[in-house]
Ligand binder design. Structure first.
Ligand code: NAG
Ligand code: NAG
Ligand code: NAG
Ligand code: NAG
Ligand code: NAG
Ligand code: NAG
Ligand code: NAG
Ligand code: NAG
Length: 355
């Protein structure tokens, strides 16, 4: 564990040196007012230029989504930090729009002007509304006359990414946790099999398909979680932890402001922390749990073996990949199937064994 911590220090220091960014301060709007909308490739950009909100199409997908991404990091898919309609994709982009209605509700309308996604926000007291994309990556729907009144914010509805300043939260009134859920595959942001949540007894857990727990942070001792001792150093991050009768949450911040960083639950089922390295123009992973993908429950799917050396998955003898296409998109959950053809009766039996 000692070695792990010094490696963590070393890497962190190295990354910090190479990750400083310059101001991208942009002239683009960061706000949408009531009655206005975004269509097609129109976007809004946060004041400092870091984040952008708009419609995107992941990879070769035929489906379209509204999302927030790091503007200057060109591998767009990797840098998407939030997806509004992950469950309700837009099939035909033409004439679809994001609109802030006069009543303060933010909606995505399809070509037939039918809302396919909505914030469901209502305010009986506010009369003016605006939508602002902040430099922290938070999309905030607020009272235009009294900006401290927040009606809805994307930080309360995370997808797979936890940004600095956002809460990872357990709501003690609704008894619900705000979960990070992995994408299904690299071209499909709909909910995948892996999720991270904060339990009411103050412990983070990773869960497969909503049932099988495969990693825990251990208990919180006031300074760190027992399985994450490197938190204690607080060298680059500052944490704030709050627990009261309404909610329990953890937030983290960077001491150094000009660092791009994201914490996310990856397709592999691991939680990972990345930093943007300006010098090499790439996202660099410098922390993950479980450290080895092979320790993720069902990482390789059925009839497949995980190679600890390089985290690759190999079909058991006599089996072949269930779907090479899924595998190429980073979804390994299908695992492997028998190579030799079976008659119908035997097929049923082998299917039952694999589930
Ligand atoms: C946005 O789309 C329009 C029309 O499809 C096109 O002319 C324009 O170049 C696009 N702008 C960007 C920045 O891609
Ligand atoms: C999308 O809508 C446009 C405009 O009505 C239409 O021309 C096009 O065929 C539609 N595309 C699909 C894939 O349905
Ligand atoms: C818009 O959404 C509604 C409800 O889901 C659906 O019935 C309709 O076909 C959609 N229209 C288009 C053009 O996609
Ligand atoms: C809005 O309400 C609908 C219907 O209750 C629900 O399906 C949808 O998830 C809600 N949207 C959000 C962003 O919570
Ligand atoms: C996940 O759980 C659901 C039931 O909650 C089940 O129908 C589904 O088959 C499970 N997925 C996998 C890959 O086992
Ligand atoms: C760390 O976070 C706490 C709580 O948000 C804050 O009060 C404190 O000033 C922060 N310390 C530093 C050095 O940023
Ligand atoms: C959460 O709420 C319950 C009542 O619903 C209360 O008994 C419990 O003490 C609360 N938890 C915290 C951490 O305050
Ligand atoms: C808990 O929520 C209630 C109702 O919104 C509020 O009055 C109270 O101040 C909250 N408690 C804390 C500790 O924030």
């Amino acid at each position: 564990m000692g070695d792990e911590i010094s490696l963590f220090f070393f890497l962190s220091l190295l990354l910090l040196v190479f990750s400083s960014k310059t101001c991208l301060c942009s002239a683009a709007a960061d706000t949408i007012s009531a009655g206005q909308s975004l269509t097609g490739n129109q976007t809004i950009v946060s004041k400092g230029g870091d984040f952008e909100l708009g419609f995107f199409t992941p990879g070769k997908s035929l489906k379209h989504y509204l999302g927030i991404w790091f503007k200057e990091t060109h591998v767009q898919n990797e840098a998407v930090v939030w997806v509004a309609n992950r469950d309700q994709p837009i099939i035909n982009m033409s004439s679809s729009e994001l609109k802030l209605l006069e009543n303060g509700n933010l909606v995505i309308l399809n070509k037939s002007k039918i809302p396919i996604w909505s914030t469901n926000s209502t305010s009986t007291t506010s009369k003016s509304f605006e939508l602002v994309l902040g430099d922290d990556g938070n999309l905030v729907l607020r009272d235009g006359l009294n900006p401290s009144v927040i009606i809805w914010q994307s930080f309360d509805h995370p997808t797979d990414t936890w940004l600095p300043g956002a809460k990872m939260r357990y709501d003690n009134r609704t008894k619900k946790a705000q979960k990070l859920i992995s994408w299904k595959n690299s071209e499909d942001p709909s909910p995948g099999l892996f999720s991270l949540e904060l339990k009411p007894d103050i412990e983070f857990v990773l869960t497969w398909n909503g049932s099988q727990q495969y990693w825990t942070s251990g208990a919180w001792d006031g300074e760190s979680f027992s399985q994450v001792p490197e938190m204690k150093t607080r060298m680059f991050y500052n944490y704030s932890f709050v627990s009261n009768e309404n909610e329990t949450y953890l937030r983290y911040y960077f001491y150094v402001k000009n660092v791009r960083s994201r914490f996310m639950i990856a397709l592999s089922g691991q939680i990972k922390q990345y930093m943007w390295i300006e010098a090499t123009k790439e996202w660099s992973q410098f922390w993950s749990k479980p450290i080895k993908a092979c320790d993720v429950y069902r990482y390789c799917g059925p009839f497949s073996r995980c190679n600890v050396e390089d985290s690759s998955c190999q079909c058991l003898q006599g089996f072949k990949e269930q779907s090479l296409e899924d595998r190429n998109l980073g979804d390994l959950s299908g695992g492997c199937v028998r190579k030799t053809p079976y008659n119908a009766e035997q097929k049923t039996i082998s299917f039952r064994c694999s589930t």
